[in-house]
Design a protein around this ligand. Sequence first.
Ligand SMILES: [Zn+2]
Length: 132
Amino acid sequence: MNRNQKEQYLQTRWQIEYERRDVAQSIQDLFPKCKEVKLEIKLSFVSAFGKNEKEINATLNPCDKLYWHHDCLNKDCTGFGFSLTNEIRTAIQTRQTIEGKLNCDGKEDWKYINNTGCSCNSSCHYKIIPLF
Ligand SMILES: [Zn+2]
């Protein structure tokens, strides 16, 4: 993969995420009874150079879009990052707290893009608490 291909790939990735956000509906449109959704998120990336972690506590209000995405903490990652939009929807639909872990879908670096191994060792722990 040369530099141009990589740029194009990144541009497409950005475009897809932009459109997903653009078409997302607000929480109040989809679930009028939901008062808010609390998100407790811990991202982590472990590599040969050490461990990088980031905690995010966020609240989605009824007027916010039902959408959540965060890039992988590994800046060389080839993946899409983490999306919790479906998980948030399920939490509101079932009115239950949902906890889980997503693993990154990318490779650790662009030089491994065509390899079968070398997956990005990054993850996202989440707790989604819908309030009514
Ligand atoms: Zn990654």
